[in-house]
Design a protein around this ligand. Structure first.
Ligand code: F6P
Length: 498
């Protein structure tokens, strides 16, 4: 497996030369010289369309990026990922989230666990699950943080019924008691079930929330009532979950990274929100993107193209941040989800050999749903001193007033065009001109359903993987979060207090 620094690759030097030669060529000029780029730089895979024509690149840059990927041994790394090899070297683990959605080819234990999660979800949706006082459950509160919260929360928001029918779904992640307080506020203890999603079952915030939930249940039931029937755990640490007291514990395995875990039983809350069929569709969509990533030629391979475009912007055009702009209210939590996926995975300053990298790795990922962000931070995107590449994520069809949907779609296109082409009118004062030449991707889905959401999230997972391969970093550990945890523990143990 190639672990040589990317800067030693011929493709890297070639890209530096290309950046010096033409990176400033304005997108207006690129289109004027090559009107066909609008068509040529559009790609489609597993139901997702990707338009790269508003990126500051051309065929020569794409070819050099592909060369870099191949020099970095992308194919071998991809094989290792799908084969479940221990590519998370600092933790000596696989990163085998693709096995979670492999359908009939999934390991037996995975299939059995998904079946169990679906059966629990079906029982809860049918009202056959009973709490300590024998009443049916009508409220599920997911207690978890990071990957044990963001994925299910995003997917429930994207796909869940509005208004929530039958089962009401809530999430509490922060250890700030007001987060759980808000989730409990309109919940009835006898009819509430908590899903404690924690791979380790030791994350302080989640466990504090779980203990507070238990107190809330106990206070509402006669003294001595066993309230463990109101908890289901999803964890690798089944023994700790049993000690806590739960009705059931669904396993996750050491090869499931937190930010890659929504496909596992961590998706239980999602299965409760959308039902077994929807959850299996979600997995099937991800599987389709896996197949595309494995089989499509690199030149038409969406995750590879998305990753390489990001490498070009970060390492050769010097862009330090990346905006995620879903033009979809239901995808409003996507920026937060991608922050963990991208920044926890590739926010690394040493490479796989422990050497300091001499190049940028993950950009700061941020964003908000369009059109809302247009009326706040888009000013900087259009006229600020920093170039912020953006992903415009557009859903073609959806429920609700078609005229409002038309307005939404028009704004997404208008923003991307304004960023790319600007407004160069000498008659205008400087503060009204737009420099343009600000790159963006357009990702398009026909509809936002479970299958397409699965495809979209898997696309981003593989983008992150490819970038980690190019940057020669381990995308699957997160040692940077540990110091703060232990310092907090030390502070908490001080007798004099904080
Ligand atoms: O602290 C970071 C982290 O380990 C994430 O990687 C993970 O998704 C989150 O905490 C939650 O961890 P757990 O599922 O073990 O509670």
């Amino acid at each position: 497996m190639n672990t040589a620094p990317p800067t030693s690759c011929a493709g890297w030097s070639q890209l530096e030369t290309l950046a010096r030669a033409g990176a400033d060529t304005h997108l207006r000029d690129r289109f004027a010289r090559d009107p066909a780029r609008g068509e040529r730089l559009r790609f489609e895979g597993a139901g997702v369309r990707l338009d790269l024509s508003l990126q500051r690149l051309d065929d020569a840059v794409l070819a050099a990026l592909q060369r870099l990927a191949s020099e970095r041994g992308l194919e071998a790394w991809r094989e290792a990922l799908f084969a479940g090899e221990r590519i998370n070297s600092t933790e000596n683990r696989a990163a085998w989230h693709t096995a979670l959605r492999a359908g009939a080819r999934a390991p037996a234990e995975v299939g059995a666990t998904i079946d169990r999660a679906c059966a629990i979800a079906t029982g809860l949706r049918a009202g056959t699950w009973r709490g300590a006082s024998g009443q049916p459950i009508d409220r599920i509160i997911n207690l978890g943080t990071g990957g044990s919260d963001l994925g299910p929360r995003l997917a429930c928001h994207a796909l869940g019924p509005v208004p929530s029918q039958g089962l009401g779904i809530r999430f509490a992640s922060n250890v700030d008691p007001e987060d759980l307080g808000r989730a409990l506020a309109d919940s009835v203890p006898a009819r509430t079930l908590f899903v404690i999603a924690s791979k380790t079952f030791s994350t302080q915030e989640t466990m504090a929330n779980a203990r507070a939930a238990r107190r809330w249940l106990e206070e509402a039931h006669p003294a001595g009532t066993d309230v463990s029937g109101h908890f289901i755990a999803v964890t690798e640490n089944i023994a700790s979950a049993a000690r806590f007291g739960v009705a059931d514990a669904l396993p996750v395995w050491d090869w499931v990274g937190g930010r890659y875990s929504v496909w596992s039983a961590v998706g239980l809350t999602l299965a409760c929100a959308i039902g077994e069929t929807g959850f299996r569709e979600f997995l099937a969509g991800a599987r389709e993107m896996d197949e595309h990533f494995l089989r499509a030629a690199p030149e038409r391979n969406l995750p590879i193209l998305l990753a390489l475009t990001g490498i070009w912007n970060t390492n050769f055009l010097g862009c330090a941040t990346h905006a995620v702009l879903p033009y979809s209210n239901r995808l409003g939590l996507l920026p937060a989800y991608l922050q963990q996926l991208e920044m926890e995975s590739n926010g690394k300053r040493v490479d796989r050999a422990g050497r300091e990298v001499g190049y940028a790795t993950a950009p700061v990922v941020w964003g908000a749903e369009g059109t809302v962000g247009q009326h706040s931070f888009h000013q900087l995107l259009h006229q600020g001193t920093q170039i912020v590449p953006a992903d415009f994520i557009v859903v073609r069809e959806g429920p609700g007033d078609p005229e409002m949907r038309r307005i939404l779609a028009a704004h997404a296109s208008a923003q991307a065009r304004a960023l790319a082409f600007g407004l160069d009118d000498a008659a205008l004062p400087a503060w009204r001109r737009h420099p343009g030449n600000r790159p963006s991707n357009r990702l398009e889905l026909d509809v936002l359903d479970a299958r397409n959401l699965g495809r979209l999230l898997a696309l981003y997972e593989h983008k992150v993987f490819v970038q980690g391969v190019i940057w020669n970093v381990n995308s699957f550990d997160q040692w940077g979060v540990e110091l703060g945890k232990s310092l907090a523990a030390g502070i908490l143990s001080r007798p004099q207090g904080i």
